[in-house]
Design a protein around this ligand. Sequence first.
Ligand SMILES: C[S@@+](CC[C@H](N)C(=O)[O-])C[C@H]1O[C@@H](n2cnc3c(N)ncnc32)[C@H](O)[C@@H]1O
Ligand code: SF4
Ligand code: SF4
Length: 316
Amino acid sequence: MKAILKKYINGLPDDSALLRIILFFYKKAYNIYFCFVRRTRRLSDYIDTVRGIKPVLDYLEVQIADHCNLKCKGCGHFSNIVDGEVFFDIKQYEKDFQRLSELFRNIRKIRIMGGEPLLNDRFTECVEITRKAFPDAEVHVATNGLTLMNISAEAIEILRKNDVEIHVSLYKPLLQNLTRIEDFLKTHSLKYDITRTKKFVKAFNPEGTSNPKTMVKSCLAKDCTFLSPGYISRCSMPYCIRYFNQRFKYSIATNDMINIYDTGITGAKLKAMFRKPLDICGYCAIPQWVEWERGTGTSAKITDWSAVSLISSEGA
Ligand SMILES: C[S@@+](CC[C@H](N)C(=O)[O-])C[C@H]1O[C@@H](n2cnc3c(N)ncnc32)[C@H](O)[C@@H]1O
Ligand code: SF4
Ligand code: SF4
């Protein structure tokens, strides 16, 4: 249903009233559905705890390359301002996924991403490790598609064999390549999804004066559990904020990450922690949509992320 709707929406002009109406009702229906799903899953978590079995985690994203070759202005993972190359060490990746499989009996959806994941030469090994740890998970590789058509025949075979879906965020520079990308994915019988991405959000308050509870309610990433080497967090912010700190000489604390090797940690405890707002949520703001733009990284400004005009009305 979503795929059909998206295909139709992609053909409509941005300012179309019909598009706004469709999106309004789609969001309403989605929220009702999601509220129902969330309650059912909470109940199932409770039953798992009573039965003493490991819980299922709904979603996990993992960044295998922190840097990026596209450098979108205001990237939510601050990948456009990462200096040099930063990869998730493959040995650590294997160890962490082994550990996660001790904590959770399944993860419903795992998104291998970045930065740009295809910049990591060992991305197929990451795919195999992920699949081995979670045989029943839906595994996605989220990419900007810039180098997608250069991947080797061997890599394609590994993606197919491991039942991986390729999720392409199609930004302006690649719009003219849509047909070629789609043909490539079809020809190689890869599962895929292509999302035309024309808007980005700014949802950052560099002053840290927002109310964490309020921010979590309006947050677009509240269920985006994030794995970084040895640690897990409710979203990517506690890990990725280091790049903002480095670039703009801030010292926003990153103590919202949980060491997955801590004694006494269990999947159920982690899930309970993920329901609580983080200290760093005070650095988020009500999302404000802007036109997607390519940045250069070096010209990045704090205002590329901060939803300044909305912070004052939000208050502390
Ligand atoms: C951080 S990217 C990493 C994967 C890949 N480089 C890509 O762009 O698809 C993961 C997702 O976050 C989205 N994203 C990143 N920054 C965003 C922003 N400021 N607003 C909206 N979506 C954003 C991207 O569009 C993409 O769907
Ligand atoms: S393509 Fe854009 S959104 Fe994706 S990681 Fe790179 S800079 Fe961020
Ligand atoms: S820090 Fe909190 S409000 Fe901000 S994206 Fe993460 S969960 Fe959402």
